[in-house]
Ligand binder design. Sequence first.
Ligand code: NAD
Ligand code: UDP
Ligand code: UDP
Length: 339
Amino acid sequence: LVHPSVELSNGIPDDRPAVKAKPRVETNRVLVTGGAGFVGSHLCDYLVARGDHVICVDNFFTGSKDNIAHLLDKPNFELLRHDVVERLLLEVDQIYHLACPASPVHYKYNPIKTLKTSFIGTLNMLGLAKRCRARFLITSTSEVYGDPLEHPQTEAYWGNVNPIGERSCYDEGKRAAETLTMDYHREHNLEVRIVRIFNTYGPRMALDDGRVVSNFVAQALKNEPLTLYGDGQQTRSFQYVEDLVRGMVTVMDNDEHKGPFNVGNPGEFTMVELAEMVKEVINPKAEIVFVENTADDPARRRPDISKITSLLGWSPKVPLREGLPRMVEDFKRIPRHVH
Ligand code: NAD
Ligand code: UDP
Ligand code: UDP
């Protein structure tokens, strides 16, 4: 059967032979969904700088035009306001699919929309990839491991996720997005890549983002107490955004391995240790207050990155102590960050 919408869009019937991605060429046309967000805007910077033709698609739910304003006059950059829950017709060679709120504050704000974005949004972008025969990369998350019973987490671990909790819209949404990605690969022979991103920080995080690094940095700059949730003994591993972008491009451009690949920095810190480091690097006078933690908060998280390191030669370069000050400059410089 030929789907009428596919036939209408370009006249190509749906019974073509198995999809094969085209090799990367000089005029690589790259779609970055969620490209006006924190990570997406840094990815757009990288791809535009190396000469790809970049189409950034974003509905500006959590992203901002400020993040990509400096790219708007580049001949190889286009911006499209669009919600990936709706279908999209473009011609591209690679798709980096990032569109999805990532901060717990944002993804819990409208959980049904978060799930629709994860599932229907990913379905649409996979359908687009299939029609264009593009290579598709999904930005999944360490949250697929839930509150992990194995430590550190390898890609072989299946996770420990609450299916009915407040975080489930995001965790289960991303798990379903990974499943869909693999099913398009198995059923349509689509070329896919899966990255599981661990906590990432850097310039252009929104001040109201609610994630721990941006909260602490903003609080320290405003001389407000750093808010530690729970007892502060939970751990996370923080990766600088430049390392992540390099990791994503490395995974996308490799011709052999679809993943999943953990992309993160194995340096593990308790939230108390993070608060101490923010104090040391940004404002030694900042105080700390303990407040109630949120539900289902994972107790610890650290990536095992031996798979991506051994297969693709990627490893993170920027330790937390070096990355934090780079963020401060951005938070001070941008007027919307000044309260
Ligand atoms: P972000 O919130 O800054 O960026 C997400 C972008 O997607 C925003 O620009 C937002 O407006 C856009 N978006 C959301 N819903 C959309 C929709 N329906 N249609 C079109 N655009 C939509 O978050 P981020 O930190 O840049 O995260 C980017 C991706 O990386 C997300 O998929 C996230 O799940 C994943 N990720 C990030 C981290 C991290 O620590 N930053 C960790 C794990 C996974
Ligand atoms: N789609 C899209 N752009 C395209 C092709 C498909 O947005 O260029 C969407 C479309 O809405 C469809 C979904 O991707 O529902 C999945 O497409 P696919 O062809 O895999 O399956 P269909 O649902 O059309 O049978
Ligand atoms: N957290 C905190 N203070 C804050 C924000 C978050 O102590 O102001 C804690 C939170 O409870 C969690 C950790 O920091 O244990 C990381 O939270 P974040 O929202 O940054 O990311 P995620 O929970 O998705 O890893």
